[in-house]
Structures are given as structure tokens and as C-alpha cells.
Design a binder for this molecule. Structure first.
Ligand code: 6PG
Length: 474
């Protein structure tokens, strides 16, 4: 085996890197992995299925030299400086035409910088979003590649082999130029934040509001997962409520501190949306609520000060659960709409040329936000050559209108009972504002012109106008 050459190399053999490599090996590719930690090498080799080839290296140069040319390699290391450190170590070992993939959750501006820096050295650097967690990496993730189209063509067969499949179609496609892969993955995560927040608000209303037990909650989510809300996040939520704590007699979910962590991709989505600018208020709210949750001590103090007590929801249980189902469906659909409209604008503004119809296909399987709704979106993009917002599709409009009233009733009930429900509210407000031909922003323009001579446009003639408002007042 001394002169064996390998088809693909992985730098970083944490669970994600190892699992993705083993997935490649299962599909007949000869793979090599590098990690400084010899134990991780052993775990890789021990877990390789019989008849597959997965070789570990503790020396980076040895791994690089073992790859067939042009070399195809991926790094799965924490975003930020570690990626630059790996690139620095790699450069002296690479040849022209080699392909280096960053499969982590890097910020797209970092990816852009790296793409350009490596292009000067004739090395293809690609940012590829990979979703699906540890299980996804092992059994079929959703893969979001972007960057050099020629380099993509070289790695395409490997990525297609390992990706999740929906109706035999691999959940991977070329998603655009430059840093498009990491951009699409960032927005995927923003949508993920929004849906998770919507689910947690519905959980709160059923748990503290209706008084449902964990078993009942699990049953509700399991039922929803069989219907039009079928989605990975709904499925795992049903599982979570069943999980027994091994230290107490409680369910584990009740023993978890209510402070949400965040690695940053949701925040990046919000930040970039503001810069574009594109409204994604449900994603913004999801980030905000995670931030509020971290102020646990202040929340406790405020709860005492305000004698906070949510009211029980005294409505017919089954009827309210149905309303919650509709509200969650409505909010989830709106969250995807916000994310997709952001991709639409960013595609042009950042010159990425993102094929939105391919994005929704790639998200159908393997990723955290996979859901039966993606099939609805695929259909919508089949019917429109250009669709700046999913809300402009007739079929989607019908779906939303059918759930709208229940969405309103859930929010009214939640507000009157004192439940925080920011994600639900922002989803409805976005809907109400987006579908309004008229908004009261004429007044804002008048105010801006009044105090700052910022000018305005008139409804009855073209041009830009300014008024000396003080005189009008006199
Ligand atoms: C995925 C996930 C994955 C990860 C994120 C979320 O698509 O597989 O989105 O990328 O779970 O890091 O992390 P935070 O919630 O910590 O931001």
C-alpha cells in the first residue's frame, strides 16, 4: 500500500470530517484523512467498512503526497483563523490546479478573500456548505457548493455520490460563483434559526399554555410530522420530548437550561440582510430571542419585579392545537420566503448568480431545514422563470390564506396570555406589510424631508421634491 494514491483527502478528522470521509469510502472512493491526533486516525480506520479504503495520516505532507492529481481535498475545521492556518500549512505542499474545499461554516467574506488569494497561486478554493450534522455527513448530507465551476465539475462525482438523495436525485448542485456556497449555507442556517424559534414558541403555548405533558407534546409533533408539516426539525422535536434524563426521573428537555447558544451563522444572516438591504424579520427575531435567553439572571430578576405569570390558555385543546399547527405552517413558510428573497437579492448584488430553483432542490434532503414544503417551492420555481419572493406564487398564496386566520388567532391568544411570540408575530407582520400596496411610510418620507431636507417622491408626478415645511406650518 506504500504507493497507493487516494482520490480525496480530508483535513480535520472530527466527527463531521471522519463521517464524510467514511461516506466517500462507502461509495468506492479511496480516501485519506489527516489529523494531528493519532486517536482520531485510529477511529477513522476502525470505522471504515470492510472492503473500503480509508487511510489516516498524522503528517500533512504525507497525506497531500498520497493524493492523485489534481488533488481534491477538503478541510473541516472550525471557522475563522483555523481555516487560514490550514491554508498556510497547505500552500507549500500544493501544485497548480489542485482543489481545496472549505466544508465548514465560514463567513462568506472570508471565503471570498481566500478564493481570490489562492486563485493568484493557481489553486482552486471552494466554499461548500454542508448540512445535516454528524448523521447527515455519514449517511447523506445536503451539499451547497459554490465557486469555480470547472473545479466543481472535477469534484462533482464524489459530491453527488455522498449527498442525500431525493427521488434518486442527489442533494447537491452548483449554486453559484465566488462564495455562493457559504452564502447559501449561511441563509440556510438563518432559516433554521427562524423555524427553531417558531417551534419553540408553539411548544411554549402547548406546554405552559395548554398544560400538555411531554408525552402529549411528542404525540402532537409526531402527528404533525406525518402531515403537511413533515420536516426534520419537527421529527427531532417529537423525539426530544420522549427522551428520559438518566440523572433524574424527568425528561431531559426539562433539565436543560433555557439559554440558547449560537455559533454565529444566524447573526451573520441578519447582519448581511440589513446590509443588502432585505427584510428577514423572523430570522432577526430568532437571533434576538437567543440573545435575550442568555440574560438568564436578569430575566429572573425581572420576573420577580413584574410578578410574571403567563395565563393558562382556556380554549378547546384540540382546536387550539390545530390553530397552532396552522400558525407554525404559516410562520415556517414565511421564514423560507424571507431567506429565499435574501438569496435572490444577494445573487445579483454580490454577483453570485445563485440558481434559486437548485437551492430548494438541494434543501429537499439531508439538511436540517429539509421539509415537505421544499417540494412546494420546487414547483413554484418551475412555474416562474423569475420569482423574487415565494409569496408572489399563486399556489403559495392559497396555502397562506388558508392558514392566515388561525395564525392571527394564535398570536392574539398568545399575547393576551402573556407569552413571548416574536417569531410568530414577525412572520405575520412581514406578510401583512409585504402584501400591502400601501404602507404609512409616506409619513416617514415627509418627516425626513421636514427635519433633514431628504426629499420625497410624489404619487402624481415623476421627480424628486423638497418642501419648506416650516413655512407650510406658518
Ligand atoms: C447544519 C447545521 C450546522 C450547525 C450550525 C448551527 O446545517 O448541519 O446548521 O451547521 O448545527 O452550526 O449552529 P448554531 O445554532 O450554534 O449557530
Amino acid at each position: 500500500m506504500a504507493n497507493e494514491t487516494y482520490d480525496f483527502g480530508m483535513i480535520g478528522l472530527g466527527t463531521m470530517g471522519r463521517n464524510l470521509l467514511l461516506n466517500m469510502a462507502d461509495h468506492g472512493f479511496k480516501v485519506a484523512g489527516y489529523d494531528r491526533d493519532a486517536q482520531k486516525i485510529s477511529i477513522l480506520e476502525e470505522n471504515a467498512n470492510k472492503g473500503t479504503i480509508a487511510k489516516g495520516f498524522t503528517e500533512l505532507a504525507d497525506m497531500i503526497n498520497s493524493l492523485s492529481k489534481p488533488r481534491k481535498l477538503m478541510m473541516l475545521v472550525p471557522a475563522g483563523n483555523p481555516v487560514d492556518d490550514v491554508i498556510k500549512g497547505l500552500l507549500p505542499l500544493l501544485d497548480n490546479g489542485d482543489i481545496v474545499i472549505d466544508g465548514g461554516n465560514s463567513h462568506y467574506t472570508d471565503t471570498l478573500r481566500r478564493v481570490n488569494a489562492l486563485k493568484e497561486k493557481d489553486i482552486h478554493f471552494m466554499g461548500i456548505g454542508i448540512s445535516g450534522g454528524e448523521q447527515g455527513a455519514r449517511n447523506g448530507p445536503s451539499i451547497m457548493p459554490g465557486g469555480d465551476a470547472e473545479a466543481y465539475a472535477v469534484v462533482q462525482p464524489i459530491l453527488e455520490a455522498v449527498a442525500a438523495k431525493v427521488n434518486k436525485t442527489p442533494c447537491v448542485a452548483y449554486l453559484g460563483k465566488h462564495a455562493a456556497g457559504h452564502y447559501v449555507k449561511m441563509v440556510h442556517n438563518g432559516i433554521e434559526y427562524a423555524i427553531m424559534q417558531l417551534i419553540s414558541e408553539c411548544y411554549d403555548l402547548m406546554h405552559r399554555g395548554l398544560g400538555l405533558s411531554n408525552d402529549e407534546l411528542s404525540d402532537v409533533f409526531a402527528k404533525w410530522n406525518k402531515e403537511d408539516l413533515k420536516a426534520y426539525l419537527i421529527e427531532i422535536t417529537a423525539d426530544i420530548f420522549k427522551y428520559e434524563d438518566d440523572k433524574t426521573t424527568n425528561r431531559l428537555v426539562d433539565m436543560i437550561v433555557d439559554k440558547a447558544g449560537a455559533k454565529g451563522t444566524g447573526k451573520w444572516t441578519s447582519q448581511d440582510a440589513i446590509d443588502l438591504p432585505v427584510p428577514v424579520p423572523t430570522i432577526d427575531m430568532a437571533v434576538t430571542v437567543r440573545n435575550i435567553s442568555s440574560f438568564k439572571d436578569q430575566r429572573k430578576e425581572a420576573a420577580e419585579l413584574y410578578k410574571t405569570a403567563v395565563k393558562k390558555i382556556r380554549k378547546d385543546k384540540d382546536a387550539f392545537i390545530q390553530q397552532l399547527h396552522d400558525a407554525l405552517y404559516f410562520g415556517t413558510l414565511i421564514s423560507y420566503s424571507q431567506g429565499m428573497s435574501m438569496l435572490e437579492v444577494a445573487s445579483t448584488e454580490l454577483d453570485m448568480n445563485i440558481p434559486l430553483n437548485e437551492v430548494v432542490k438541494v434543501w429537499r434532503g439531508g439538511c436540517i431545514i429539509r421539509s415537505s414544503l421544499l417540494d412546494v417551492f420546487v414547483k413554484a420555481f418551475e412555474q416562474h422563470a423569475v420569482l423574487p419572493n415565494l409569496l408572489l406564487d399563486n399556489g403559495i398564496a392559497e396555502l397562506l390564506l388558508a392558514k392566515e386566520q388561525n395564525m392571527r388567532e394564535v398570536i392574539v391568544t398568545a399575547i393576551n396570555a402573556g407569552f413571548p411570540c416574536g417569531a410568530l408575530m414577525t412572520a405575520l407582520t412581514y406578510f401583512d406589510a409585504y402584501r400591502s400596496a400601501e404602507l404609512p411610510t409616506n409619513l416617514i418620507q415627509a418627516q425626513r424631508d421636514y427635519f433633514g431636507a431628504h426629499t420625497y417622491q410624489r404619487v402624481d408626478e415623476p421627480g424628486t421634491f423638497h418642501t419648506e415645511w416650516i413655512k407650510v406650518k406658518l
